[in-house]
Design a protein around this ligand. Sequence first.
Ligand code: ASP
Length: 446
Amino acid sequence: MSGNSPNKPTHDSHWPIVIALIAGVSMGMILQKLAHPASGATPHWIQTVMEICRFGSDLFLRGLKMVIVPLVIASIISGIAGLKSLDGFARMGLKTWAYYILGSLVAVCVGLFMVNTIKPGLGSDGKPNPTLAAAMNAAKTSQNAQEVGNVMKKAEGGASSLLDIVRRAIPTNIIQACAEGDLLAIIVVSILFAVAMVLIPTGPPIVLRDFFNQLTDVMTLITTWVMKFTPLAVVCLVIPAIAGVGVGVLQNLVPYVLTVVGALLLHTLVILPIVLKLAGVSPAQHFKNMSDSLLMSFSTASSSATIPVTMRCIMEESKVSERVASFVIPLGATVNMNGTALYECVVVVFAAQVLGIDLSVTQQFLVVLLALVSSIGVAGIPAASLVAVIIIMQNAGFSEDAIKASLGLILTIDRPLDMARTTVNVFGDTVGAVVIAKSEGEKLAC
Ligand code: ASP
């Protein structure tokens, strides 16, 4: 953070979170079994436990969201406004975008490779898996129907093209953008503001600069207070996520889950560590430094809610400068989503396999392109990519009925997969931050 940061490195702080995660997953699995008894009705006490968990996690997420907007604005402005010239900043911006686009493209290709190799939607005879096809049909009318309808409605008003994303980045009303937590617009306005501060003919406005420096420190301190509740919040977040996983079709979805998880692991444990190695960063040390941020992204399934923690880890554990971190991390949480891009690609091809839709090479190329572009526009919040999945399916020629059936099926297992892909999204941002910091000649602790 600027000047004298109020925080000290907390290398071993992740153990309580790990324990909370294990406890949450175990309790969630037990409750998942108890919540679906043969009689069909979920016991009242389980509903009460869920309510308490949702209340606890809501309080925590609200606390994190409360700091995001002022933290992002203050850290971007103080990171840029302290520069003597903007030459280096433009170079860093170009490098960052090149990294985001290449990283997401590789992730989509990893997803495409895995889903075409494992073919989770086909049976051993190479034909659409009949059990999955039946499950898809049933899912349309099951308890998911309302949720499917909600996602479909969101897709109607969702960003559908790169032009929409660019348009949204320029807000007509800054206050409204802040009130709605529209991060892309907030980042663009903050950068413009900071650049104007550097270029102002009367010289850098010292009072403004000091204000944003100090605001960064204050917001960071508040973040550390909120973070003290992390272990408790993790238990509250994870129990409903695991207990809410649909039963019945789970067995049939194992190949699909393995494909998604396998592709995410391949990207996280092979591709990104190679990038780190090439940049002269120790992958093991980087994982260790980022552990709090990765655990948080896994528990919250939200890249945006994780921004304050990721900023802390990247600056305090890895010693990346505020100039790089304040630009790469918030922007990455909004536009760089490796896990989401990969997931979108796997879901669409998997659904096509189950439905017997033969995607031509051109259509698969379209899926790759749309997954890449839509991952830029997807918000860093839970389940946000489902809207993008609908848009890709529409463009790839799926009928409305086919889209509803596919969504009904994937929703049964979406939350745990969301937790996994969000972790990869955030990890991709942190790799970008250290790689760019290294290329800028910074001395890092990894
Ligand atoms: N939950 C993801 C994130 O926040 C977005 C998604 O894939 O739904 O990064």
